[in-house]
Design a binder for this molecule. Structure first.
Ligand code: FA5
Length: 335
């Protein structure tokens, strides 16, 4: 075969192969074109290559060089077409997919429902003008009982109803059984007017059941000023209940007794056909005001202590308090 004819057939083959690869609309068409041009047995490049044996020896170096160039060009054309089709597949699946964007951050977790509830309670009370205060979870008897007008022989001090701690250097200490301790700590260091809430854990050796747990949270509220009345207390609690539970939730006040308030009430909401208690409240007893150095003839106040778990349960429809502390992620994932 003459060298010119050989080179001519190589040039034509290159143009045709590149044209076919560029035009292939999908992977199947590209594969068919690959077999036609680059097929190991009967591919058209192979047939042209066979013609090399018939080229006069003097022209062989030129023919071989051109053969290699055309083989490389056809192979590159095939690689480009493969890449083009791969990109096309991604665009077809999701036209908004942008492989250059950073990956989405993984979901690492979420806030516990009680933490979410506490955040919302702080928010609501903040809007009503109550600022957040803190107190220790390990308390002395003065703050947990004495200053709250709870006498030495009162059953609330019973060792069976409290977690007393041993070995605390002569002073009897216990895990606080109520957040009312923070009322005393705030009034001891501040003069009226006072308008605070305290939110935190309290501990009682109660047997766990659907509405009781040995560790739970309370939100304490305290307002002391000139001329504070029971009407202010009821209005504040009603506003709170409307904001947190919703205006469609029935709330009732029942007469009750606490050593540190007079008069006292308990507050219930209606749920699943019965009333559930969610807190205690009342007008701060004059003895408590005196114990912190306030003059009960000049100022008066109200206080309340609400069970955070029970509020959270009512809000989210949780019927067993123990679910909040089992740490089952299938449960927690729902909040
Ligand atoms: C008190 O703890 C008073 N300190 C409340 C108070 C504050 C009255 C200020 C007056 C003035 P009580 O023991 O009823 O009250 O508890 C208040 C709320 O805590 C209950 O209504 C209930 O919602 C919640 N609670 C009580 N015990 C448990 C428990 N074991 N598990 C979960 N929640 C509880």
């Amino acid at each position: 075969m003459a060298i010119d004819a050989f080179l001519q057939s190589l040039t034509e083959l290159e143009a045709e192969a590149l044209g076919a690869f560029d035009a292939a609309p999908d992977a199947a068409a590209l594969e068919a074109a690959r077999i036609e041009f680059l097929g190991a047995k009967n591919g058209r490049f192979k047939s042209v290559q066979k013609g090399l044996g018939t080229i006069p020896p003097a022209d062989k170096p030129l023919a071989g060089k051109r053969l290699n160039e055309v083989r490389d060009a056809i192979q590159s054309g095939f690689d480009r077409a493969t890449e083009r089709l791969a990109r096309g597949v991604i665009e077809e699946v999701d036209p908004t997919f942008d492989p250059t964007l950073p990956a989405a951050p993984p979901r690492l977790g979420r806030r516990h429902p009680i933490t979410q509830t506490i955040g919302e309670l702080v928010d609501i009370m903040g809007r009503l003008g109550f600022s957040l205060e803190e107190g220790p979870e390990i308390e002395d008897e003065r703050h947990n009982f004495d200053a709250l007008n709870i006498p030495a022989d009162h059953p609330a001090r019973d060792p069976l109803d409290n977690f007393y701690l041993s070995g605390s250097g002569g002073v009897l200490r216990l895990l606080r059984s109520q957040t009312s301790t923070v009322q005393i700590r705030v009034m001891e260091r501040r003069q009226p007017p006072v308008r605070i809430i305290a939110l935190g854990r309290v501990y009682r050796p109660d047997t766990a059941d659907p509405t009781h747990y040995p560790m739970f949270h309370q939100m304490e509220g305290l307002m002391v000023d000139r001329g504070v009345t029971m009407a202010d207390l009821k209005r504040t609690l009603a506003l709170f209940a409307d904001s947190y539970l919703g205006t469609d939730v029935d709330v009732r006040f029942r007469p009750s007794f606490f050593p540190f308030t007079e008069p006292s009430v308990e507050v219930d909401f209606f749920w699943n056909g019965r009333w559930m208690e969610f807190g205690g409240a009342g007008m701060v007893d004059p003895n408590v005001l005196r114990a912190v150095g306030y003059d009960p003839d000049v100022v008066s106040g109200f206080a309340f202590g609400l069970g955070v778990e029970r509020l959270c349960m009512r809000r989210f429809g949780v019927t067993d308090i123990r679910d909040l502390y089992t740490n089952d992620v299938r449960f927690l994932r729902q909040f």
